[in-house]
Design a protein around this ligand. Structure first.
Ligand code: ASP
Length: 369
């Protein structure tokens, strides 16, 4: 009989391992619960030489404000979804980033904005593509998730839905900025491709783990300067620019969107981490001593295993190497269920920040920081 129950426990645990649900904090002492948060404001050829001290300081201040907004939500026990939204809202309103107010120009001189958000607890997701008059596309993406039966809405239909939902509409001229107009003119004058790295960085994103063990990620962008023909990048595509799954990680990406779509970057990283987690749990189970009946004396739960940050870093770097091998560049931010917040990028710099309940709190711009 004992054998039966032990066997049942083992089978049950293997099923649980296959599902890999890491520990949630629901029944833990709140003081013991961790949160973790990461943000980005785009990756590209960002160098100290090209940056004035004032611009450097202004970018850092904007990143810090967004990092603080999300961290406050998490510190106070709020949800990962709310933290992601709070940070992205600020970054969308900041003209220095290529999202919301500071969105780049299309070839025709207009703005088409993309955004997405994903809840790692339920794997619900929402996204919008090619919207022209939505002040904060991240809010509309979340509405698509919560108040429509769909995952992605595009163009005029998405804008009609926004009106129905009471989302703030602005005139398209709200997104006009001198800096982005110059970038378009420079691109046209120099006959650069819209894929020139200098002209596309500035996308924003956030990834979070909250005190209940729930994760979320979101991304928002104006896309690439001079984009044409209704081009849509990776930012609104669930699995490419954004992915969150409590069982593995939360990721937001930035960079040359076509490559991130082809590699399925955000989903690929999460799947590799989930597989890694499962492998470690099974390996640990094999090491448990056996009782007289030959059954393991204890059962290892996936939730007891903390994936080392080095593993998450390696997995992220490997996927970014894959992007590079195909010819793409950019970067990602990643938060794990264990509370690690990481970056991986193959560009000279990435506007970024991270904060955790363990006291980490930093923003950075250049590759050597
Ligand atoms: N990934 C964005 C896009 O391809 C651009 C960026 O992140 O800079 O639309």
């Amino acid at each position: 009989m004992r054998g039966f129950f032990t066997r049942f426990a083992l089978v049950f645990s293997v099923v649980a391992l296959a599902g890999q649900v890491p520990a949630t904090a629901q029944d833990a002492d709140p003081a013991d619960t961790r949160w973790s948060f990461a943000i980005h404001g785009g990756a590209g050829t960002i160098s100290r030489e090209d940056m004035t001290p004032q611009e450097d300081a202004a970018h850092r201040a904007a990143l810090q404000a967004a990092l603080d907004a999300g961290s406050k939500v998490l510190e106070e026990g709020g949800t990962a979804m709310d933290a992601v939204e709070a940070a992205i809202l600020l970054l969308e309103d900041e003209p220095r980033f290529n999202a919301g107010r500071g969105a780049v120009y299309t070839w025709e001189g207009s703005h088409e904005l993309d955004a997405s958000i994903m809840d790692g607890a339920t794997r619900d997701a929402g996204a919008v593509a090619g919207v022209t008059n939505i002040r904060n596309p991240i809010l509309l993406a979340r509405k698509v998730m919560t108040d429509s039966p769909h995952v992605m809405l595009a163009g005029k239909g998405a804008e009609d839905f926004a009106v129905e939902q009471g989302i703030e509409i602005v005139p398209p001229s709200y997104f006009d900025t001198e800096r982005r107009r110059e970038a378009l003119e420079r691109m046209k004058a120099r006959q650069l491709s819209s894929l020139d790295v200098d002209l596309k960085f500035g996308t924003v994103g956030a990834a979070a783990l909250d005190r209940n063990g729930n994760m979320a990620a979101g991304t928002s962008t104006g896309g690439m300067t001079g984009k044409r023909w209704g081009r849509v990048g990776d930012a609104p595509i669930i699995g490419a620019g954004t992915y969150a799954d409590n069982r593995s990680c939360a990721v937001s990406a930035t960079g040359w969107g076509e490559y991130f779509i082809r590699v399925g970057v955000a989903h690929e990283i999460c799947v590799r981490l989930r597989t890694q987690h499962r492998l470690e749990a099974l390996t640990a189970q094999l090491g448990v001593p056996k009782d007289d009946n030959g059954w393991p004396e204890t059962v290892v739960h996936a939730s007891e295993l903390d994936l080392e940050p080095e593993i998450a870093q390696k997995v992220s770097d490997d996927v970014m190497d894959d992007v590079e091998k195909l010819g793409g560049d950019g970067g990602i931010i990643l938060v794990t269920p264990e509370g690690h917040a990481l970056f991986s990028f193959n560009t000279a710099g990435m506007y970024r920040g991270r904060a955790t309940s363990d006291g980490v709190n930093e923003v950075a711009i250049y590759g050597d920081e």
